[in-house]
Design a protein around this ligand. Sequence first.
Ligand code: PEP
Ligand code: MN
Length: 285
Amino acid sequence: MKSSRNTKPEPTEVSIGDIVVGGVQTVVIAGPCAVESHDSLMRIARSVKVSGAHLLRGGAFKPRTSPYSFQGHGDDALKWLGEARAVTGLKVVSEVMDVRRVEAMARVVDCLQVGTRNMQNFDLLRELGRVPNAILLKRGMSATIEEWLLAAEYILAEGNPNVILCERGIRTFESATRNTLDLSAIPVVRALSHLPIAIDPSHGTGRRDGVAPMTKAAIAAGADAVMIEVHDDPERALSDGAQSLSLFAFDGLMRDAARIADVCGRPFQDQRVVAFSSRTIGGAI
Ligand code: PEP
Ligand code: MN
């Protein structure tokens, strides 16, 4: 197995621009669940950059449970993500749902996300194995760790080594949280595989008050990256508002989480813009 630690003992480092996932530093991916408008994305992107995020997330094509829910702005959203990247310098992560869009999206998105619902879409995985981009492979909501690693194997087997695994919570009998975040996947994956592992505490809990504690716990448990949903007006978000942090709350979390990352010997790469001066010049980064 290409994903196995027996085949490759040293950890895999996945580079996204100058950000390395799986290296010494802890990486923070932040942004809205869905890209909702040009202006809102720019506000969020500028703010998370100032707070020290390393990569910008934002869905252009959204896998919604109901076909009548907001489905994302598609190609317009991709264009806005490109603009946010140009303005902030943050590379972007966005979900690809359709095998027919892989090639086009690979040209404009730095890291392609495979959602939990597509973890076993084997044709999509194979196609992602044929592009050079980083792939963020979410764990299927009912998938075992073995099934998740075999899904990664489809991408690796086609020749793309740049796979980041992302635990985002699994379905259990518990209904107080949206999903049950399996932080124990970190040591298990670590033992079995050389691939980097990210934690998504937003989908993992589904509740805003769960995000900060689980982010800190994930970093303490050795996650290579965390992915956090952030919105400039969470109460009015078109998707996943209940689990989205405000810009202010994200900034506070970054300060706390940076200290934990330091203590664990996996500091944040220093992306924090001198917050005071950049805010006083109107966030003009
Ligand atoms: C998302 O990241 O917004 C998303 C839809 O994730 P998941 O596939 O884990 O539900
Ligand atoms: Mn979401």
